[in-house]
Write a protein that binds this ligand. Structure first.
Ligand code: NAD
Length: 492
């Protein structure tokens, strides 16, 4: 059985695997992942710090050149990378290519680093005095990433972290770690010096060591809410800069004036794509007024035509979920929903006897706060329908939810849409767009329990997160200007 290696200082380091990596489409163990001993983690951090001594002084043109090369390699290797993702994650090949394309955007954004890292200058702020500002790297940054986007989320972080002159230690998810190793190889092929991008395999213990390690300057995390909160609290208590993106429960509001065919298509695409294992998946449709029955009929009509199967088969609309335990957890929520007072329209359990970790599309009507099927992030192909009377009720429902990652409204009424965007306590909002993941020149981040820390991911906020500013005030006095003056410096 192949153990997925670490990648440190430009070399693969093999160690005995301790936890299994499954092919979720078959249920077979296809690889293992090692758990590093704590002295190995110390060695990795020490090596990263040495690499930073040089890399922090790399020129902007050197970094730009590497990022352009890397972009070209990601494009050239898309099919190969997608196959690696599908084999360990289970998502369909087109979906895996979609995540590569969205990660690529972040590399493209970082390619403009000479523009992004331009400092400011103010001449003659006082007589003979000029001020300029610039930004520098933080040092060694730890990236801790979830299973559901094994290449896109590392690219969200890595592109800006490298552009700003940091050295990276990526701790990928132990569920689908292999693509991170190809990422490291492609970065090396693009010209990145050895030691600047490292992959440290491992589990929660490995993460916990990085969170308090004195050689780590910042932690960028994406994962579930309880772990995000723990990561943020622990890293900041240890004096590190941290951003930690958490889980979600994304609502899609459908007003009675919406085109219900368009809304049903959107609900199915965003609810069941990638088996619902997306932090921006729609998990609750909020049907306003009297549109629920018609909308549910249109959604079930579409569900009956979906094909659930292995991700590499072109006929599959969505693939398996990540593990057997996760499959059983998802089905447990649906099984328990009727007892909570909801109405199960499709229970998705007919595929559970297949080899692999498959769940069919599940649809649960009349979900409400207080029910586990509504309150918890299920992270599977389960769509709930909440029925509310008015637009104001829909906004109240969303704002009372602990999560605030994404939301959407489907309507033909521009004023209602505008009010919605202003009133909801959510970070990313779609108007007739069900998965409003911002393009890379904006930043990605939720509100409430979907983000701990203030810095959103990638784009301008990502650049700020991975760098820190300096402001220099300069004067070249002539001997004749010099005098004793113990007053506080003034500009007037
Ligand atoms: P997870 O929280 O279980 O794991 C994420 C990372 O944290 C992994 O690398 C894992 O090894 C590590 N980890 C797990 N438990 C830990 C612990 N107790 N202490 C320290 N580290 C620990 O998340 P997951 O199941 O891999 O991913 C799915 C979750 O990620 C969902 O909740 C999803 O909503 C969320 N997610 C959020 C976003 C976002 O942008 N907000 C994006 C993608 C995924």
């Amino acid at each position: 059985m192949q153990s997925v290696p670490h990648y440190v200082n430009g070399e693969f380091i093999h160690a005995e695997g301790t936890s299994p990596v499954f092919n979720p489409a078959t249920g077979e163990v296809i690889a293992t992942v090692p758990t590093p001993a704590s002295d190995f983690v110390d060695d990795v951090v020490a090596s990263a710090r040495r690499a930073w001594e040089t890399w922090q002084h790399s020129t902007l043109s050197q970094r730009t050149n590497i990022l352009f090369n890397f972009r070209a390699l990601l494009v050239a290797h898309t099919d190969e990378l997608a196959a690696i993702i599908t084999r360990e994650h289970g998502k369909t090949l087109p979906d895996a290519k979609g995540e590569i394309a969205r990660g690529l955007e972040n590399v493209e954004y970082a390619c403009g680093l000479t523009e992004h890292l331009k400092g400011g200058f103010s001449g003659q702020v006082a007589d003979g005095v000029d001020v300029h500002s610039f930004r520098q790297s933080l040092g060694v940054v730890a990236e801790i990433t979830p299973f559901n986007f094994p290449i896109m989320v590392p690219l969200w972080m890595t592109a800006n972290a490298l552009a700003t002159g940091n050295v990276v230690i990526l701790k990928p998810s132990e569920r689908d770690p292999s693509v991170s190793i190809r990422l490291a190889e492609l970065l090396a092929e693009a010209g990145l010096p050895a030691g600047v991008f490292n992959v440290l395999q491992g589990n929660a213990d490995t993460v916990n060591q990085l969170l308090t390690h004195p050689g780590v300057d910042a932690v960028s995390f994406v994962g579930s809410t309880p772990v995000a909160q723990h990561v943020y609290n622990t890293a900041t208590a240890a004096g590190k800069r941290a951003q930690a993106l958490g889980g979600a429960k994304n609502h899609m509001v459908v007003l009675p004036d919406a085109d219900l065919d368009i809304a049903a298509d959107a609900a199915v695409n965003a609810g069941y794509g990638a088996a619902g294992e997306r932090c921006m998946a729609i998990s609750v449709v909020v049907a306003v007024g009297d549109c629920a029955d018609t909308l549910i009929a249109k959604i079930t009509e579409r569900l009956d035509k979906l094909t659930v199967g292995p991700g590499h088969e072109p006929s599959s609309d969505f693939g398996p979920v990540i593990t057997e335990a996760h499959r059983d957890r998802i089905l447990g929520y649906v099984r328990g929903a009727a007892g909570e007072g909801a109405v199960v329209v499709r229970d998705g359990s007919d595929l559970a006897s297949r080899p692999g970790f498959f769940v069919g599309p599940c649809l649960v009507d009349q979900v409400k706060p207080g029910m586990k099927v509504y309150d918890d992030e299920i992270f599977g192909p389960v769509l709930g329908v909440a029925r509310v009377a008015t637009f104001a009720d829909a906004v109240e429902l969303i704002n009372a939810n602990q999560y605030g990652n994404g939301t959407a409204i489907f309507t033909r009424d521009g004023n209602a849409a505008r009010l919605f965007t202003r009133q909801v306590t959510v970070g990313m909002i779609g108007v007739n767009v069900p998965i409003p993941v911002p393009v890379s020149s904006y930043s990605f981040g939720g509100w409430k329990n979907s983000l701990f820390g203030h810095a959103h991911m990638y784009g301008p906020e990502g650049l700020q997160f991975f760098s820190r500013g300096k402001v220099v005030t300069t004067r070249w006095p002539q001997a004749s200007d010099s005098q004793i003056d113990l007053g506080f410096p003034r500009t007037r």
